[in-house]
Design a protein around this ligand. Sequence first.
Ligand code: DQA
Length: 146
Amino acid sequence: MPSVLVLNGPNLNLLGQRQPEVYGRTTLADIEAACTAHAASLGMDVAFLQSNHEGVMIDAIHAAKSTHGGLVINAGAYTHTSIALMDAVASVELPTVEVHLSNIHAREEFRHTSYLARVAIGQICGFGPRGYLMALDALAERLAVK
Ligand code: DQA
């Protein structure tokens, strides 16, 4: 069964309490449960990881190369700053879908730049938690399962 790593970056552990007017009331645990159920319906396995540390995220991306067939990444603010994360994704050559809960293009100028978008197969933003499920759909198709 193909496996996908869903990787979440800084401050996303606070989903549900953090700026609910922007990010909603759904917690990361809720999103994990929804991803697990949706992946199962697509015939995929899913692993879920959140870290507030760029290096931990990079290590997880490297480790994913031998254990997962694809990546879903919400890198939080590192999206807009981290060339190192972009390089990590490029290095492992796993199909990667970038996700954001909010529509980063409708927000502050500094959120319009995504280094990850340069190495992702696509970006999904503005659909809240549903974006993660859409990303799994895209990867299921890319990995040709079901
Ligand atoms: C975010 C958007 C980022 O700009 C922000 O720094 C986040 C969350 C989103 O999911 O909408 O932490 O990635």
